[in-house]
Write a protein that binds this ligand. Structure first.
Ligand code: NDP
Length: 444
């Protein structure tokens, strides 16, 4: 049995109740086969893969808080510090009822390679809780965030572990968490990113993941002599990533036809009105059913369905495994040119394989959505030097990072004979730097 197969078998045995984590490990190790086989004896002797797939440490903790009726609620909090070979742990906090240790581990594992791909000195981590901010009052959200941070503050720090936002954790939640950290530790420091602009946040961080997704998609298309301007796109989600992906797509001359949330989706043949979307989601925290009030010509449908709308580009920006094999077949039949993942692992393994086999340009999330964490690292730089950069400076750094990232994954794929396969390219390019650092630091 090859070393990769041995490790996959062991990880599967030891984590059998964590399907998302197994899916992520499987996808990464399968595509790393050519690199691992070229160094099999050394990697095996050093148990390199066993160390890579085991987090350096993980925390699970109780989060008690009092709701508006005076009842005590208890949620579970997690932080997984996966790999610090190239820098302090960095990765968001997900607040969603579906959160469990397997989901946090899958996200933390992916984060190692994503952070490496940004070219910036950040290691991989992730955290979260099964708390659902939806439908809670501001006071309840604050009570939860304060309790969550009271425990988390023991394990994080600006040179140790720097969490950020993710699903369910936006500017409001980061603000409450930062306030509590400062109160407990007595230090005003860059321990979280995604902060408000008046207390250490970076301009362009809010936009960064969505903008970065479009910058890398544009770069990839350009390298294949395709102009993004004039193209149509379908987007899923209507949160932070989706909103700014739509905004940048429109600025680049493309037209986005759809958006969705966890209850339904909208089709707007005239192009999604991003200002309306911001008001519905960022200001009113309402459902997409409201969209029709702004755009009477649009259609609202319950359930999932954005992938059935014919378009040149598909941008899944909601959550994991939201684009399956049937969706992939529909996209291919409708003549899609490119799929770029704004969310983490939104495309199932089967769907990814189908898209690549059918010649679709496919950019995996760990490359395509790396603009968010890259800009978080720029926020850390600004906090360290106690200065704020202009929007233009951050945005032009982001553009350079995404363009360089694209060429790095393209080159890595070519070097190993997988030209055009950006899944393989991203995994190899991300892995090489981390492994080099792990080797240099000895058996730790
Ligand atoms: P938000 O919470 O702002 O938005 C998430 C969107 O996805 C909402 O429209 C939400 O609908 C929808 N959604 C969430 N869960 C589900 C589900 N189970 N089924 C259907 N729809 C769902 O999160 P973000 O935009 O920040 O994150 C979206 C994705 O991008 C995630 O995979 C995240 O990990 C990834 N990502 C985010 C980064 C960032 O900087 N924010 C950076 C890199 C990756 P509803 O409002 O109804 O819940």
């Amino acid at each position: 049995m090859s070393y990769v197969d041995e490790v996959i078998e062991r990880v599967t045995r030891e984590n059998s109740n964590e399907p998302e984590f197994l899916q992520a490990v499987n996808e990464v190790l399968e595509s790393l086969r050519p690199v691992i086989e070229a160094n099999e004896a050394k990697f095996k002797r050093d148990a390199l893969l066993e160390r890579l797939v085991n987090p350096e440490r993980q925390f699970k903790f109780r989060v008690p808080w009092v709701d508006d009726k005076g009842n005590v609620q208890v949620n579970t909090g997690y932080r997984v510090q996966f790999n610090s070979a190239i820098g302090p742990y960095k990765g968001g906090i997900r607040l969603h009822p579906s959160v469990n240790i397997g989901i946090i581990k899958f996200l933390g594992f992916e984060q190692i390679f994503k952070n490496s791909l940004t070219g910036l000195p950040i290691g991989g981590g992730k955290g979260g809780s099964d708390f659902d901010p939806k439908g809670k009052s501001d006071r309840e959200v604050m009570a939860f965030c304060q309790s969550f941070m009271t425990e988390l503050s023991k394990y994080i720090g600006p040179d140790q572990d720097v969490p950020a936002g993710d699903i369910g954790t936006g500017a409001r939640e980061i603000g409450y968490m930062f306030g509590q950290y400062k109160r407990i530790r007595g230090q005003f420091e860059g321990v979280l990113t995604g902060k408000g602009l008046n207390y250490g946040g970076s301009l362009a961080r809010t936009e960064a993941t969505g903008y970065g997704l479009l910058y890398i998609t544009e770069e990839m298309l350009k390298s294949h002599n395709i102009d993004i301007s004039g193209k149509t796109a379908v987007v899923s989600g209507s949160g932070n990533v989706a909103i700014y992906a739509i905004e940048k797509a429109h600025q680049l001359g493309a037209k986005v036809l759809t958006a969705s949330d966890s209850t339904g989706w909208v089709y707007d043949p005239d192009g999604i009105d991003v200002e309306a979307l911001k008001e519905i989601k960022e200001v009113n925290r309402a459902r997409l059913t409201e969209y029709k009030k702004y755009r009477p010509n649009s259609e609202y449908h319950e359930g999932k369905g954005v992938w059935q709308i014919k378009a040149d580009i598909a941008l899944p920006c909601a959550t994991q495994n939201e684009l399956d094999i049937e969706d992939a077949k529909t996209l291919v039949a409708n003549g899609v040119i490119a799929v770029a993942e704004g969310a983490n692992m939104p495309t199932t393994e089967e769907a990814t394989k189908y898209l690549i086999e059918n010649g679709i340009f496919f950019l995996p999330g760990k490359a395509a959505n790396a603009g968010g964490v890259a800009t978080s690292a720029l926020e850390m730089s600004q906090n360290s030097e106690r200065r704020s950069w202009s929007f233009e400076k951050v945005d032009s750094n982001l553009q350079n990072i995404m363009a360089t990232l694209y060429h790095n994954i393209d080159d890595a794929a070519k070097r190993y004979g997988f030209e055009g396969n950006y899944v393989v390219g991203a995994n190899i390019a991300g892995f090489e730097k981390v492994v080099d650092a792990m080797n240099a630091q000895g058996i730790v």
